[in-house]
Design a protein around this ligand. Sequence first.
Ligand code: ADP
Ligand code: MG
Length: 396
Amino acid sequence: MDKMGIDEIAVKGERVFVRVDFNVPMDDQQVITDDTRIRAALPTVKHLVDNGARVILASHLGRPKGKVDPRYSLAPVAGHLSQLLQQDVQMAPDCVGTEVKVLADGLRDGQILILENVRYHAEEEKNDPDFARSLADLADIYVNDAFGAAHRAHASTEGIAKYIPAYAGFLMKKELDILGQALSNPNRPFAAIIGGAKVSDKIGVIDNLLKKVDALIIGGGMANTFLKAQGFEVGKSLIEPDKIDLAAELIRQAEQRGVKLMLPADVVVTREFKADAPFRVAEVNAIQADEMALDIGPASAKSFADTVLAAQTVIWNGPMGVFEMDNFARGTEQIAQAMAECTGTTIIGGGDSVAAVEKVGVAEKMTHISTGGGASLEFLEGKTLPGVAILKDKNE
Ligand code: ADP
Ligand code: MG
């Protein structure tokens, strides 16, 4: 269902509570080391400011565990945001309470107030109704632009919307539109590439995507469990013995549905899990007992890449090998390159896959890089995210 965005409502003079994801990495001196998430929220903040809203920003930062902890203050973010916008950003001493209420009520059109870390209060993660109401009391309208936190039903991501009308910010809208379109009405052929260490992390995603894709490519550590299910010996490779039956079942399901399931035909093996350990390429029927597969081989990379290049929609989650070590990064790099060259819609989800694409230097070539690790996984699993469910539908 399409959600209503902030460009569809009048915001002039309204106090707008915007849940953003300003959970940015900082060094010991509280200097922001990567401001991607702050920049990602700028379109929403600018739109609201330009249209005369009184903007109240809220976020979590780190894990202060329900207590005030200056290490997790949003004050450095307020300073940074102010620089980016070339505009004053007021920092509130807390996110609820009389003093904060006075600040929120004192905002003039186009002004910005940023609340202190919502996780200074244990009630936030408990989704406490009274706490959610106190947050709602600060504003007339709620906007959720924190896709990365939308899989959590917390007071500032879900509870608050029970008290004031809730809309999607631009970043939220973009995530929902692109991921939603891929899952519900993809241009075909539609291919998914799933990798990473473990099958168990991605069962839900594989399960859901099997119902939607034309081709499902499986690489990375999890491929070993599938290879084992097909009767290959995988030596010392990482496998999940208790998931072999499940892998066999998924292979059967793919066959029944006419989905082309692609597993590596060759792999890069080594005897030690070490960056400088000697390695060789082995066909999957020739892995020795003392060897482990740490990457897909060149023939597999080529056939996976060809499938990517021929696709009109591709979703990629999880690297093809231990890409942190250069000797085992080729497969992942080749897939990243193919994604970059693919003329269809290309979507990347998952922290390590994003890191891989950035390492190869092709991030700009992707249609969409999802900002939410856990949230995008749950979305791909077909789950309804609590922070999305509460947003007004277009025809409501
Ligand atoms: P993402 O964050 O993109 O969802 P995951 O966290 O699921 O990806 O998986 C990434 C991790 O999987 C990386 O640390 C990588 O080293 C590891 N990995 C990939 N292939 C293998 C393999 N063959 N053996 C062991 N670990 C692997
Ligand atoms: Mg990861």
